[in-house]
Design a protein around this ligand. Sequence first.
Ligand code: CP
Ligand code: NVA
Length: 303
Amino acid sequence: MPKHLLALQDFTKEELLGLIDRAIVLKKESAEGKRHQQLAGKTVSLIFEKPSTRTRVSFESAMYGLGGQVIFLSSKDTQLARSEPLKDMARVMARYVDGMVVRTFGQNVVDELSAYSDVSVINALTDLHHPCQVLSDVMTVIEKKGSIEDLHIAWVGDGNNVANSWIQAAAVLGFKLTLACPEGYDPDAEILFASDKIAEKPIVVTRDPAEAVAGADAVNTDVWASMGQEDEAEGRIEIFRPYQVNGELMSKAPADAIVMHCLPAHREEEITEEVLESKQSVVFDQAENKMHIHKAILEQMLG
Ligand code: CP
Ligand code: NVA
């Protein structure tokens, strides 16, 4: 298993499925009231340069749930905002804590921290990837559908960080992935090229949302403007409107397709209230599973 969790591409299928299997066991044991203490005496620091509700709280609660401790640092609390070199920050932090969970802008930040850190660095979202999110999403698909290898997953909307991590998950795990994105908002070209080269099934990008959801077992979407793109939000609304996940689009997907969104959602933009609150929606299971998958990740990386 790699020392750091920076992107899903760095892992094998067995490693990713192993983390998910372990998260399912930890979830079951927690529901049965079992108390876990495997990270007693360990401390993780959460270094977050962007806002977060789910990722922060689920990592904190996962760490406490395994008997460990958390130190939360927002960008205003660290010297990073005042340009302390990442290579210094990494070596200092590694002397205080047993792992770092980092949410930031550039993927280069987590890459550089990991290059200089003796303790594990876990990517809690960058502009390029959201690997822990997609692990919890794949876990949710497996819980709902039994497995993922033979399924067809659709992505409708922006080719953003979450989409990039779905692409890497498809390449490593071998499921079919179709993404419908407006022109100019495709997923990262390098990630797409590298993933498609090793994927068992082609990873398809189309301009047609109906084509993406036809035959899909899960229909995924996310906000049209991610954190850091607030200035573009208004301009994106017209461009993305044909990509809204609404009742009409869902009528073109199989009736038992699940609807997924990593949250936070903008109702009546990328997804309608009707679809988000429908029986097909599994968004709150995805949110819950973040905590269970984070336990499995922390146990593996810090244990
Ligand atoms: N899905 C997700 O990462 O949510 P937060 O931004 O609230 O952490
Ligand atoms: N793509 C979104 C995900 C938020 C969890 C963003 O980066 O803002």
